[in-house]
Design a protein around this ligand. Sequence first.
Ligand SMILES: Cc1cc2nc3c(=O)[nH]c(=O)nc-3n(C[C@H](O)[C@H](O)[C@H](O)COP(=O)(O)O)c2cc1C
Length: 269
Amino acid sequence: MSKSNDTIQKTIIVALALCIVCSIFVAGSAVLLKPVQVSNRMLNMKENILRAGGMIGVHPSKKEVEEAFTAVVPRIVNLETGQFVEPSEAGYSSVDAFDQKRVSQNPNLSKVLSSSEDMAGIKRRERFAKVYLVKGDDGIEKIILPVRGYGLWSTLYGFMALKGDGNTVLGFGFYEHAETPGLGGEVDNPNWKALWPGKEIYDDSGNVAVALVKGGVQPESPTARYSVDSLAGATLTSRGVQNLLHYWMGQEGYKTFLNKLKSGEAGNV
Ligand SMILES: Cc1cc2nc3c(=O)[nH]c(=O)nc-3n(C[C@H](O)[C@H](O)[C@H](O)COP(=O)(O)O)c2cc1C
């Protein structure tokens, strides 16, 4: 004679068995998919770097990204000396393993910024940065630099790509932020990004002169070569973008490195 299935013990056993099967399935999927996630994240980062440098089309395939990235040489720079260093100086076994976000959070590898120093709103600045170089027949052709800073709601992370002169913009874009779509989020608008190539970062005295101009740039203005229209209806995000560029292109950021790269004192690429 069969017993009834409608007992508390059997209900609990079935519920427990279901929980175990589901948790094995979820944990197994997370473990199995982890390498895919890591490789997709790396691919995405490569695409962002290449896009800033104007080295790929709008919707590149994985193969196109990987192929184009073979022209890019990533190097670690000591921001204080402006010279290339081995990744081991920052505690990493290889340039690929170097994680700038982690370095910026490590008290031994970064410094706390006072409010007067912290124009980009980043709180701490790492001593080492990963930069990306593209070499040509006549030396360095492209210098692609990671930048970040606070907008209105969020930290914006992006890349500034310069020509080998360390001054003329090749491209500029963000790959992560949480500004409002249609307002600060217009940093991603291709029309706004198209305003950047050809602009210059430094004036003739070497001061950071790049600016976002509310109301639009007057083409005949003497500062037009450093100026880009600010984002309509998003003055605060625009100010954040200008501030982060002044920080990262200034003395506390890449200026020492860019000068040493030009004079050949940064070390061999
Ligand atoms: C819901 C909401 C979201 C907003 N998001 C942004 C933003 O992402 N970036 C920004 O600069 N301003 C944003 N603003 C507008 C600012 O509050 C402020 O009015 C604006 O920056 C002023 O720019 P304007 O002088 O160009 O009009 C937002 C306002 C509201 C109500």
